[in-house]
Write a protein of this length. Structure first.
Ligand code: FES
Length: 347
């Protein structure tokens, strides 16, 4: 469900990125309280067409929620162009309640974020909340950006270093800029991480790894951690920007006359699934309130529990393997592999 919220503040972070803060009225405080790492979906209509995008919350989690998101301009991005060029303080935007499972509720331990570009956004909320709330926690941030001028939240991260010199460690690499002596430059890829991480940390002492950024960086970091013996259960990933076609499975033949039965907000219905369409599209034709944001297998908003039947997913960058094993699927990426499929969005 979307809520109309007013824009309270827009701050320019870099030439191509802004932070947008919304006013959350007291009656919606409970709705908009977030776990660090979560995102919100924003919606607007352009020429009768609905556009939805998800953006991670960069503010720390507090009882009186501060709803601040980081938005970077994406080439030809319908929403980001609007946010950077047209959106003004006082405008109203439709916003969905925070969602997502790339989260860390504060607890004692040693945690590491490996982020690229705008991937800093959820990890900033994670690190800031953790260090403020949990005196027995440490956080190491390894970030990669093209240049210092293009780096989002430079000041906020510097502030963490000043406030928690004993518990916050930072390694910042710039891929397109010479750095001062002693600081590494160049891309953060698998090889580099494999040699850099053991020099920087005691790998076994890390309780959770949070990887966020472009597909290539996250995949490279995951492979490096795997080689270093880190168990999969300690690795959490969120991918921003997936190129069209990246890791897309071949089209799946849908059985003729297949149907989907979907339960949403306690109400169920059964509808046909047309050739080639996803379960989400079939449900959306009949239930406009079906949850989705990216339609690209990245945000996880369309997650549903597969009660009956089988599906094939084109791609999945949102669900952890234990969620898939438990029976969850992404409706926007799922096609029926049996004549009848039953999906529960409420579980
Ligand atoms: S709508 Fe984002 S993963 Fe399906």
């Amino acid at each position: 469900m979307f809520h109309p919220l007013q824009v309270r503040e827009i701050e320019r972070l870099t030439d191509d990125a802004v932070a947008v803060t919304f006013t959350v009225p007291p009656e919606l405080h409970a709705t908009f309280r977030h776990t660090p790492g979560q995102h919100i979906a924003l919606r607007r209509s352009v020429d009768g067409q609905e556009i939805r995008r998800t953006y991670s919350i960069c503010a720390p989690a507090t009882d009186q929620p501060v709803l601040r998101v980081g938005i970077r301009l994406v080439e030809d991005g319908a929403f980001s162009t609007y946010a950077l060029k047209e959106l003004a303080v006082g405008d109203t935007v439709e916003v969905m309640a925070p969602a997502g499972r790339f989260t860390l509720a504060p607890r004692p331990g040693h945690f590491v974020g490996i982020v690229g570009g705008s991937g800093i956004t959820p990890v900033l909320s994670i690190a800031t909340t953790l260090l403020a709330r949990q005196p027995d926690a440490r956080f190491c941030l390894i970030r990669s950006d093209r240049t210092a001028a293009s780096t989002m939240f430079l000041e906020e991260v510097a502030d963490l270093k000043d406030r928690y010199p004993q518990r916050f460690q930072l390694l910042h690499t710039l891929s397109r800029e010479e750095q001062q002596a002693g600081l590494p430059s160049g891309r953060l890829d698998e090889d580099r991480l494999r040699s850099l991480l053991p020099a920087l940390l005691t790998i076994d002492s890390v309780d959770g790894w949070y990887l966020c950024g472009p597909y290539g960086l996250v995949q490279g970091a995951e492979r490096a951690l795997h080689t270093l013996g880190v168990p999969r259960t300690r690795i959490h990933e969120e991918i921003f920007h997936v190129d069209n076609g990246t890791a897309t499975a071949p089209a799946v033949p849908t059985p003729a006359h297949s149907t989907v039965t979907a339960t949403l907000d306690g109400r169920s219905g059964t509808w046909p699934v047309h050739d080639g369409e996803s379960l989400l599209e079939a449900v959306l034709r009949n239930r406009a309130d079906a949850p989705y944001a990216c339609k690209g297998g990245v945000c996880g908003t369309c997650r549903g529990f597969l009660v009956k039947g089988e599906v094939r997913m084109d791609r999945n960058f949102a669900l952890e393997s234990d969620e898939v094993d438990a029976g969850y699927v992404l409706a926007c990426q799922s096609h029926p592999a049996t004549e009848k499929v039953e999906l529960d969005f409420d579980r």
